[in-house]
Design a protein around this ligand. Structure first.
Ligand code: FES
Length: 270
């Protein structure tokens, strides 16, 4: 795997989220669901040693740019936020297997939490650009104005203007953002969608699978896909050698870095 570089062209802060625009022809060719592995240290330094994975949120092949949507809770945020415009970033990518949008797909239901939302944004943008219908459903923590000042505020959903205007965007609040997101995954949405794109904690995937089975008469391959990369995942080599990212699949171990980060849901749950 070759290291590459990208130039930080711009950054814009939106509440708890920052959009970093990078100049790189290589990254501008990223497919929805692919990611980069960012070296979050000054040139010549290896502290920290491990790169941070970040989903590509949008691409503009004509301008040779892409954007990364990063929350202030992301381990990569502090490093990126200290970089000046024009800085050269060291990264690997685009990496991994992204979302598979079959030729018969016309409508997409995207479901997730704020922590996993960047995985869904590139898919929403590219699908709307192809004339497909998109509904994004996110669960976010309850907005608690009484929280003490020194308590870190929970991460809220990215603002709607970061999505294409044609995408429908629904947010539900709850004590557990993932459970709140599941309340939006109702029968109507499941019947409407040709593709269900999931960015939820892995523990909830069996529950999602159960719901799909209960509603859909047919559950074809690639109908339900799940992105497993989140800021909490520890990846090391990014090329399928070290095994640090392995997870239990339905038929043995899967490597998030190279076989994912997007998997067919049926490959993950029984
Ligand atoms: S990070 Fe090393 S195998 Fe995936």
């Amino acid at each position: 795997m070759q290291e590459s570089t990208a130039i930080l062209l711009d950054q814009q802060r939106f509440e708890r989220w920052t959009s970093f625009t990078l100049g790189s022809a290589q990254l501008a060719a990223a497919q929805p669901g692919q990611y980069v592995a960012l070296h979050c240290a000054a040139a010549g330094s290896y502290d920290p040693l491990l790169r941070q994975p970040l989903f590509v949120a949008t691409t503009d092949p004509r301008a040779n740019t892409c954007t990364l949507l990063v929350s202030d809770r992301d381990p990569a945020y502090d490093f990126l936020n200290t970089q000046v415009r024009g800085a050269t970033l060291n990264l690997l990518g685009p990496l991994g297997r992204g979302w598979n949008i079959g030729p018969s797909v016309r409508s997409l239901a995207l479901i997730g939490t704020p922590a996993h939302a960047p995985a869904l944004f590139a898919l929403a943008h590219s699908s709307v650009a192809r004339g497909l219908s998109v509904t994004l459903a996110l669960g976010e923590p309850v907005d608690d104005a009484d929280t003490a000042n020194d308590t870190p505020q929970p991460l809220s959903a990215p603002p709607p203007f970061l999505l294409p205007a044609a995408a429908e965007y629904n947010v539900a609040q709850g004590n557990d953002p993932a459970e709140a997101a599941l309340t939006l995954l109702d029968d109507t949405l499941l019947r409407w969608a040709d593709l269900l794109s999931i960015a939820l904690p892995v523990e909830l995937l069996p529950q999602v699978a159960q719901r799909v089975r209960a509603v859909r008469l047919q559950w074809n391959r690639d109908f339900a896909q799940a992105a497993l990369l989140s800021p909490q995942h520890r990846l090391a080599c990014y090329v399928g050698i070290c095994g640090a990212c392995s997870i239990d699949g339905r038929q043995g171990r899967k490597l998030v870095c190279s076989e994912g980060p997007v998997f067919d849901l049926r490959d993950l749950v029984r």
